[in-house]
Design a protein around this ligand. Structure first.
Ligand SMILES: Nc1ncnc2c1ncn2[C@@H]1O[C@H](COP(=O)(O)OP(=O)(O)OP(=O)(O)O)[C@@H](O)[C@H]1O
Length: 633
């Protein structure tokens, strides 16, 4: 794929890295108005944003020096979009995309402008982040003294549910410029919560919802900052928009409503699995009403085989009776049924059978371990303890992506720009045939240092620097490192060579709080662990990236990803214990898990983990779609 450095004319632009786009998608790519794109799984929503970024950047429709802001719900989704754009655009173009999470975006605003907040709302500049749980809200409410009599009683405070306290009373509405006298007991408690967090004389602690509300307020009262921000971005992308909270929506509205910034929001209501985290009921409706966004559906499914798309549609209708059947653009490649529930007597028999099945499928269809995923609802480590030894007995390594590496999860770490960069430079220094890594590292450095394409002298100097880096690295680290201090020194060396300031300038997420330190520590920890399993650098780096390992993760973590075969382990009441509390969200989770598969979905059941009474609806849906339950072992 050739990556254009220079501008191309809009009429001559064609999709990059894929053959074609369906008409509606092409229309959105070139649109000059606000759009809300609601489409099912595998419809190419993230791909559409990547193509739109390529179009806007390569044709100059997003004119320099303006930038594109892409906001996602989760860190790995933000990294996923950025990496798709990097694959499709020349680094100089890709560098004009800021892809980040809502939380990072809101925090950057509070960090830049927070000291201009009205005094009553101003946090200490050195505030710390905390993640309150429902239990902590309950404890807080329980710790309050009796409110003034004209406001209410202690019994009224104790009657406030933690969830309502968070959703309605703390964050239900944008903050007033001047705090208003509370009218009832719940409002009084909310006011006390804010005051305690902001006015503490020692440490000041803010949660991300608080930061979101403060960011919205500071931009509402500070016209200059708001205008500057809106002018920075010619285009705004909102990915996984179905999971947007009211706080996030209000922030977007305050900054961008009525400005020239063009908004493109993509998502799928059927995949809304963040309702517990305050997702709005109908964010698309709000965008269409207030911004006048035009709704544009996508009709294809590029991921899953026709048979899987047919089953998906049965599940989709349970979530949305109006769901339109998508058209599969993929061929079936497996025989013997695309979906089944496999019943086992014990988890050990289950693990042995699955391991043997995966290995035989890898052989039959020339697949690697990363073409499979083992999905679980929760407590991944419990499943990993049984599945890992069974897979290992067949020579397949299992990798629990939810496992913690220092203070970061493995999955987060691997999606981090810094991790990719460090590993890229080590690969360059330690590979015999380093051609691909050479040009990638050269482009990275040139972009970070802001070289122009024609500045030949700088490129020559860069090549020399890279050569010296490689020689030194090979001398210092001829073999994989065997302790943490060597791994930390190695990581610091690569960061020092690339240039810390350049990294901070290019990746805004690393300017936030202690994220850079957490990621740097995690890289070193994971390098050390990977080196312990390898005798040469190539193997160590493959272990680091999990090139030959079969991933195990929770449904939540699988959002946005895709695999040849999805094996969902544990379709039982035990894993879905909260099914009856929010049946819609649980069914949406089930739908997300199912729709990650390109060719095959297997569910497993084992009576020792729970019955299938409470989740009978899920089994009925599968039955309705013609999926059989088979006694396997
Ligand atoms: N126009 C296209 N032509 C060919 N392949 C495509 C096209 N659009 C997307 N794809 C491929 O289809 C798969 C699904 O695309 P993508 O991840 O963008 O879908 P999505 O709508 O964001 O999915 P989900 O909501 O399920 O996460 C990817 O492998 C992507 O590369």
């Amino acid at each position: 794929m050739s990556l254009h450095r220079r501008r191309i004319r809009a009429e001559e632009w064609s999709p990059v890295g894929i053959e074609s786009l369906e008409d509606n998608a092409f229309d959105v790519v070139r649109s000059v108005d606000h759009r809300s794109v609601i489409a099912g799984p595998g419809a190419g929503k993230t791909e559409l944003l990547a193509q739109r970024a390529a179009y806007l950047l390569q044709t100059g429709e997003a004119p320099r020096p303006q930038r594109i802001l892409a906001i996602s719900f989760k860190r790995d989704a933000a990294a996923n979009l950025a990496s798709r754009v990097r694959k499709r655009c020349h680094p100089r173009h890709a560098a004009r995309l800021d892809s980040m999470t809502f939380d990072a975006f809101a925090k950057s605003i509070v960090d830049r402008f927070g000291q201009a907040l009205p005094e009553a709302w101003r946090p200490r500049p050195d505030y710390q982040i905390f993640f309150p749980t429902e239990g902590q809200y309950r404890d807080f409410l329980g710790s309050l003294e009796t409110p003034p009599t004209q406001i209410g009683t202690r019994a009224q405070i104790m009657a406030v549910k933690a969830k309502d306290f968070e959703r309605k009373h703390l964050f239900g509405a944008p903050l007033p410029e001047v705090p208003q006298p509370p009218k009832d007991a719940a409002q009084w408690a909310a006011d006390r919560y804010w005051r305690t967090s902001l006015e503490s004389t020692r440490d000041s602690f803010l949660s991300f919802p608080m930061i979101g509300r403060l960011a919205e307020l500071v931009l509402r009262v500070n016209h200059v900052a708001r205008k500057a921000l809106a002018l920075t971005y010619s285009h705004l992308f909102l990915d996984e928009f179905q999971d947007t909270t009211q706080i996030q929506y209000d922030l977007v509205r305050t900054i961008f409503l009525g400005t020239a910034t063009i908004v493109t929001a993509v998502g799928d209501n059927k995949q809304q699995i963040m309702r517990w985290a305050m997702a709005m009921d109908d964010p698309f409706g709000a965008l269409e009403r207030e911004f006048g966004a035009k709704r544009t559906p996508l009709l294809n499914n590029y991921r899953s085989s026709p048979e899987l798309v047919r089953i998906q549609h049965v599940l989709a209708q349970a979530l949305d009776a109006q769901a339109v059947a998508p058209v599969s653009k993929t061929q079936a490649k497996v025989s013997g049924g695309s979906c089944a529930v496999w019943d086992f007597s014990t988890p050990v028999v289950e693990a042995q059978t699955l391991a043997a099945f995966v290995v035989s499928q890898m052989k039959e269809f020339s697949l690697g371990p990363r073409d499979f995923v083992l999905l679980v609802r929760q407590r991944a480590v419990d499943y990993a303890n049984v599945l890992a030894p069974a897979l290992a007995s067949y020579g397949v390594q299992l990798r629990n992506e939810a496992a913690a590496v220092g203070e970061v999860t493995l999955q987060e770490l691997l999606a981090e720009d810094l991790s990719e960069m460090v590993i890229g430079f080590i690969r360059l220094a330690t590979s015999i045939r380093a051609g691909r890594y050479w040009s990638e590292c050269q482009d990275t450095l040139a972009t970070l240092r802001g070289f122009s394409v024609d500045d030949d002298a700088s490129w020559v100097r860069l090549s020399r620097e890279l050569n010296t880096f490689c020689t030194d690295f090979r001398q210092n680290y001829p073999k994989p490192v065997n302790d943490l201090s060597a791994a930390s020194a190695l990581v610091a060396g690569v960061i020092g060579f690339v240039g810390l300031n350049a990294i901070l300038a290019a990746f805004p997420a690393y300017r936030q709080g202690d994220w850079l330190a957490k990621v740097t520590d995690a890289i070193a920890l994971h390098i050390r662990a990977s080196c312990a399993m390898a005798s040469d650098w190539a193997t160590a780096l493959d272990v680091y990236e999990g090139v030959n390992a079969l991933p195990l993760m929770t449904i939540h973590k699988s959002k946005g990803l895709e695999y040849h075969t999805v094996i969902f382990v544990g379709l039982d009441d035990g894993a879905w214990w909260s099914f009856s509390q929010d049946q819609i969200e649980a069914t949406a989770g089930f739908f997300v898990a199912f729709t990650r598969a390109k060719q095959r979905v297997l569910f497993t059941y084992c009576p020792t983990r729970g019955a299938r009474k409470n989740i009978a609806t899920l089994y009925e849906l599968l039955k309705l779609a013609g999926v059989s339950v088979l006694r396997v072992g």
